[in-house]
Design a protein around this ligand. Structure first.
Ligand code: FES
Length: 316
């Protein structure tokens, strides 16, 4: 956790502001990589994850772009209404579950609305490294589309902005765009659930490991794939030997907390990675939306994942 000062707030588009955070004493901030996000602790007790949208080469500031979701859960409203330049806020260190694959020969980015924010940092990274990339940025209207000024010099060559005017019939033809897989290409997508589901379906034939998503909210799954907790199991904490029962109504994180054990969580929905924990034995029922297959061999997110085996041994 670290304290930052809000150096400035700039309006980027209707309902979208960027917030620039700096160290209050002017020290360098912890480094980050393109695609990373931070937790921001907001007035009202909200903790929200926001992607960093400035260049990862910059060490003196973090910039986040935030849409004021007026009918949302209150986090972005609190940031837009209650935070002003000069305020101090608590933030986490940057974490990255949406990293760029630098070995790729080319990068295809699809961002919808405010989902473009992690891609702004990627684009700075690609510009600095000379990587081959193109960003398709789907927006409703120019008035509601952020970062137009930064993107203007890249239009045509590296950036395509597609306005649909809010009309589903005028949406970007994702099927057409993703139909032919060009070897060496990696695809990155962040945006509204409908766009991400469309990209997932249209890229089904792309090789495993080449398609990457960043979720702002847990996706709505069909009932057949429900993540509703079910089944009781036991956890053993390897370092102390303590065992605890996890009933079907509670998450591992809740059980740990109720036992008075330290347990840091943020989104409680399997999308931020704050609660990532190593396990030593047992078969995990992974319910998260961010861990890679490799990470799942040794880690789970204890806010949402459960156990297929009767006991799960955690490295705690
Ligand atoms: S608290 Fe966010 S993934 Fe578990």
């Amino acid at each position: 956790m670290q304290t930052v000062k809000v150096r400035c707030i700039e309006n980027q588009a209707t309902g979208i502001n960027t917030f620039e955070f700096v160290d209050p004493a002017g020290k360098p901030l912890p480094p980050f990589t393109a695609g990373a996000h931070i937790d921001v602790h907001l007035p009202g007790g909200f903790i929200r994850q926001y992607s960093l949208c400035n260049s990862p080469q910059e060490r003196d500031r973090y910039v986040v772009g935030v849409l004021n979701v007026v009918d949302g859960r209150g986090g972005s409203r609190s940031l837009h209404s209650n935070v002003k330049a000069g305020d101090l806020l608590q933030i986490s260190e940057p974490r990255n579950h949406f990293p760029v694959v630098d070995q790729a020969q080319r990068h295809l980015l699809i961002g919808g609305g405010i989902g473009v924010t992690p891609m702004m940092a990627m684009l700075e990274h690609f510009e600095a490294s000379g990587a081959q990339y193109i960003l398709y940025y789907c927006g409703e209207t120019p008035e509601r589309t952020a970062f137009k000024e930064r993107l203007s010099s890249l239009l045509g060559k590296h950036v395509v902005i597609h306005y649909d005017g809010g009309d589903p019939a005028r949406r970007l033809d994702i099927r057409e765009l993703l139909m032919h897989y060009e070897p060496g290409t990696h695809l990155y997508c962040c945006g509204p659930g409908g766009l991400m589901a469309g990209v997932k379906a249209a890229a089904e034939h792309w090789p495993a490991g080449t398609v990457h998503f960043e979720h702002f909210a847990a996706p709505v799954l069909p009932p057949s794939a429900s993540t509703v907790s079910e089944g009781e199991f036991r956890i053993t904490l390897a370092r102390s030997g303590q065992t605890l029962d996890v009933p079907n109504s509670k998450s591992i994180a809740q059980v740990l907390r109720e036992a008075g054990l330290p347990c840091e969580t943020s989104c409680e929905a399997g999308i931020c990675g704050t609660c990532k924990t190593r396990f030593i034995d047992g078969e995990v029922d992974h319910r998260d939306f961010i861990l890679s297959d490799d990470e799942k061999q040794e880690h789970l997110l204890i806010c949402c994942s459960r156990s297929k085996s009767s006991t799960l041994v955690l490295d705690l």
